[in-house]
Design a protein around this ligand. Sequence first.
Ligand SMILES: Nc1ncnc2c1ncn2[C@@H]1O[C@H](COP(=O)(O)OP(=O)(O)OP(=O)(O)O)[C@@H](O)[C@H]1O
Length: 249
Amino acid sequence: MAEAVLSLNSLRKSFGALKATDNVSLDVHEGEIHALIGPNGAGKSTLIHQVAGSLSPDGGNIRFLGEDIGALTVAQRVRRGLGRTFQVSSVAPEFSALRNVMLSVQSTQGSSFRFFRPVMRDRALIDAAMEKLEAVDLSERANIPAAELSHGERRQLEMAMALALKPQLLLLDEPMAGMGPEGSRSLTQFLDALRHEVPILLVEHDMEAVFSLADRISVLVYGRVIASGSVEEIRSNPDVREAYLGEEE
Ligand SMILES: Nc1ncnc2c1ncn2[C@@H]1O[C@H](COP(=O)(O)OP(=O)(O)OP(=O)(O)O)[C@@H](O)[C@H]1O
């Protein structure tokens, strides 16, 4: 099997006596959605922050595209192709949706656009940004200031901005949160297709979405992975039912 796009090996992180990440190993391969689930406080966000680079692990390592990225900053990881829909791709509320995505596209272009005339540069940027807005079904709202978008539309915009950075992997921390049923359904469809372009590490509380999307699921409880496997394996695992799913049924 080809090397994983992302692999976490024996990752550890404590806050005082609390082991928020307790020897976690997991990986994400090309073409897959690996979902990370677990009760509140299990350590999902803490893990995502370590991968993104906003939190340093106490031990273990993180390999991304064959490279140990543990010493890299958040921005360096983004430039390597580690994408996400929070924090880094922060939306400028006064700018239109289009302008926000153009800024993301521009940040991947380096200095190459300087050699074009300004109008040409804008045309190319606009086309590239519109393509991303179309991908997330937001092109009709391209000229609306981000501040005037609905919650769901804003999440679509964040996704377009993340995709504009040409990620090799996407970290999604609760993308369904605050979406209505229709928004969740259309985002589920979108992610279903997106996995073939970019693999995804998905933290999500919406079990319907997780069970319909995940190729693999890892279950985190008190910082430890207590089970990892296919949707069916996780659904039928007695430890998982007791520790987690049972409380919802
Ligand atoms: N900066 C911090 N300092 C101290 N404790 C922290 C810090 N960040 C998280 N924790 C603790 O670490 C544990 C894991 O928290 P984390 O937010 O990663 O869980 P989670 O699985 O993402 O929860 P949720 O599903 O509610 O978002 C919790 O007990 C939390 O209180």
